[in-house]
Write a new protein. Structure first.
Length: 186
């Protein structure tokens, strides 16, 4: 099922020994946006909802069905969760941390390769979805620099400029030229 579909029954049985099972009732948060996350989860039964804060309010992102995974990025690079995951219908999940994954990879080469390919497919699918959303909403990723660092802004390194000005012109619904001047003092 889902990310584990490519694994033979024998490999799935071995994999189960390297992780943990969790039974969670409806209404419980599996993870909260911003909290440090270091586990990979596969939903065995039940249903989960995924949401994130946007503009000061909670925004529904998706529903997780049995066989789907979450937390694969945090397994490989622990960090803050990018969303809140809530149990909608009583759920059973299976999870592993990086040490359990390393032990499985070491002991089960064939199954490990299939598991990693499943994770790569899941990550690729999510990246493609994110790119489609960015394109749909005409949003470009924004570079965030650490406090105290400066960067010169030039026409060659600010792809946001064209889209920004085009949107202003379009919103004016006129053929008049628009002149916008910006001064940045640091």
């Amino acid at each position: 099922m889902g990310i584990l579909a490519g694994l033979e029954a024998f490999s799935r049985a071995n994999l189960a020994l390297f992780g943990r099972y969790h039974r969670l009732p409806a209404g419980v948060d599996l993870m909260r946006e911003g909290d440090v996350q270091d586990r990979f989860y596969v939903l065995v039964t039940g249903e989960l909802s995924v949401s994130a804060r946007s503009g000061g309010k909670e925004t529904f992102l998706s529903t997780v069905q049995p066989g789907e995974c979450l937390g694969e990025v945090s397994l490989l690079e622990p960090g803050p969760a990018s969303a809140t995951v809530r149990v909608e219908k009583d759920a059973m999940l299976w999870s592993m941390d990086i040490n359990e994954l390393r032990a499985y990879l070491y002991e089960h080469i064939g199954g490990a390769g299939t598991l990693l390919m499943g994770m790569a497919e899941c990550l690729s699918h999510r990246l493609r979805q994110a790119n489609q959303l960015i394109a749909k909403h005409h949003m470009l990723p924004v570079e965030t620099l650490p406090e105290g660092r400066e960067r010169a802004i030039t026409a060659s390194n600010t792809p946001v400029q064209l889209g920004f000005f085009d949107r202003i012109k379009k919103s004016l619904k006129t053929t008049k030229s628009v002149r916008i001047s910006t001064k940045i003092k640091m």
